[in-house]
Design a protein around this ligand. Structure first.
Ligand code: APR
Length: 179
């Protein structure tokens, strides 16, 4: 599924983020930036030790911030490591931190002249963020950022499961149905 925003577009797809042939993929990391499971583990496995070596020099990453390394052996040129919030019920600033993670990742991508960026569904795995709420924040933040970062021509959200893809597609349809 895709939506045009000016000269840019937002694409939803099901797949493996590590296979993406884009300028940058975004990693759903933890504050240590020293690897983990989920998409973090997949990126380090596929990208090789060079990514971890660079991460070790970054001094960690606060939730809502984002930092960049090379893509190592990945098809993507860069990996933008961001940290989403751990879901604690929704009253601990989680929505704001999740939006910041997407926004900062878009800013870092734009600052490094990336034209194509692929995201995972940040915080909806080990961090437990309900995916219906997280998807609305992800889509709204990315759509707003595309207006501010005209240099980014395509943003993809790559969902690992078909069920997750259906959630995002439903939310995107609801956002873009003409009132
Ligand atoms: N490609 C795309 N999406 C993936 C992949 C992959 N190869 N592997 C997992 N995912 C999806 C999950 O299905 C989930 O929808 O990424 C989403 C985010 O899940 P996690 O990877 O668990 O990330 P998150 O919920 O943000 O938790 C981050 O988990 O891996 C650790 O080090 C990481 O501590 C951090 C925490």
């Amino acid at each position: 599924m895709e939506v045009k925003i000016g000269n840019s577009q937002l694409v939803l797809k099901q797949g493996d983020l590590t296979e993406e042939e884009v300028d940058a993929i975004v990693n759903a990391a933890n504050p240590s930036l020293l690897g983990g499971g989920g998409v973090d583990g997949a990126i380090h496995r596929a990208g090789g030790p060079e990514i971890l070596a660079q991460c070790k020099k970054l001094g960690g990453c606060h939730p809502g911030d984002a930092k960049i390394t090379s893509g190592g052996k990945l098809k993507a040129k860069y990996v933008i490591h961001t940290v989403g919030p751990i879901w604690g019920g929704g009253k601990e600033g989680e929505p704001k931190i999740l939006a910041q993670a997407y926004q900062r990742s878009m800013e870092v991508a734009s600052g490094n002249h990336c034209r194509t960026v692929s995201f995972p569904s940040i915080s909806t795995g080990a961090y437990g963020y309900p995916i219906d709420q997280a998807s609305r924040i992800a889509l709204r933040t990315i759509l707003n950022c595309l207006k501010d970062h005209q240099g980014i021509s395509e943003v993809r959200i790559v969902l690992f499961s078909f069920e997750d893809y259906q959630v995002y597609a439903r939310e995107l349809r609801q956002m873009t149905i003409p009132m």
